[in-house]
Design a protein around this ligand. Structure first.
Ligand SMILES: C[S@@+](CC[C@H](N)C(=O)[O-])C[C@H]1O[C@@H](n2cnc3c(N)ncnc32)[C@H](O)[C@@H]1O
Length: 182
């Protein structure tokens, strides 16, 4: 199903990556790089793409370029040293990891001071769409993602400063957040 879902998600990822590309060139960590089909969209940055899935990394390797290194690693237990990255990208990954708060703590640790965190994800809104997320709760548990998902429920997010919030179609259900480590 992944390539099918990917077609739907590609325009959002273009928006996300254009925001990342607007930043000065730096060291970028993408957690949960998946099939990596978006990797060629990055310009300039030195990219470390990690994923827990060996199978996904094998697919991502087809899109690997000179500025990309791919590693099998758990985002909740990063093997990088403190203050190493200028940017961290979490694209449709924060709601699928076991412990999003632990992931955010690890991201905070490896980001340099003033480093930026970009999150693209569905965020359960306070309008009628929340009932769809609630209806999917059981189903989403089976597929290992959190359908009812709000960033404010994770204490570690308060360690970052929110710089920008971009609502995406449809109905602003998907959002891009840019945070900065103080
Ligand atoms: C829904 S896919 C998103 C892939 C890609 N970021 C994108 O936007 O297309 C989630 C990816 O995160 C990976 N993943 C899940 N838990 C992880 C973890 N704890 N650490 C690193 N990667 C993880 C999965 O293997 C999968 O490839």
């Amino acid at each position: 199903m992944y390539p099918l879902v990917d077609v739907f998600l590609k325009p959002q990822k273009r928006r996300l990556i254009s925001q990342v590309n607007a930043q000065p060139v730096g060291q970028l960590l993408e957690v949960g790089v998946g099939n990596g089909s978006h990797l060629p969209l990055y310009h300039g940055h030195h990219i470390s793409g990690i994923d827990t899935s060996e199978g996904m990394l094998a697919v991502a390797a087809r899109h690997q370029q000179f500025n990309v290194r791919l590693l099998q690693m758990n985002g909740e237990a990063l093997l990088f040293r403190d203050n190493q990255f200028d940017y961290v990208v979490l694209s449709h990954v924060i709601a699928v990891v076991d412990n999003p708060d632990q992931l955010l703590q690890e991201v905070f640790r490896v980001l340099k001071p003033q480093g930026k965190l970009f999150i693209l994800n569905h965020i359960t809104p306070n309008n009628w769409l929340q009932y769809i997320d609630r209806a999917f709760l059981l189903f989403s548990g089976l597929l290992h993602f959190k359908s009812v998902f709000r960033l404010g429920q994770f204490p570690a997010i308060s360690r970052f400063n929110l710089l920008q919030e971009t609502s995406l179609q449809p109905w602003g259900y998907f959002k891009i957040y840019t945070y900065q480590k103080p």
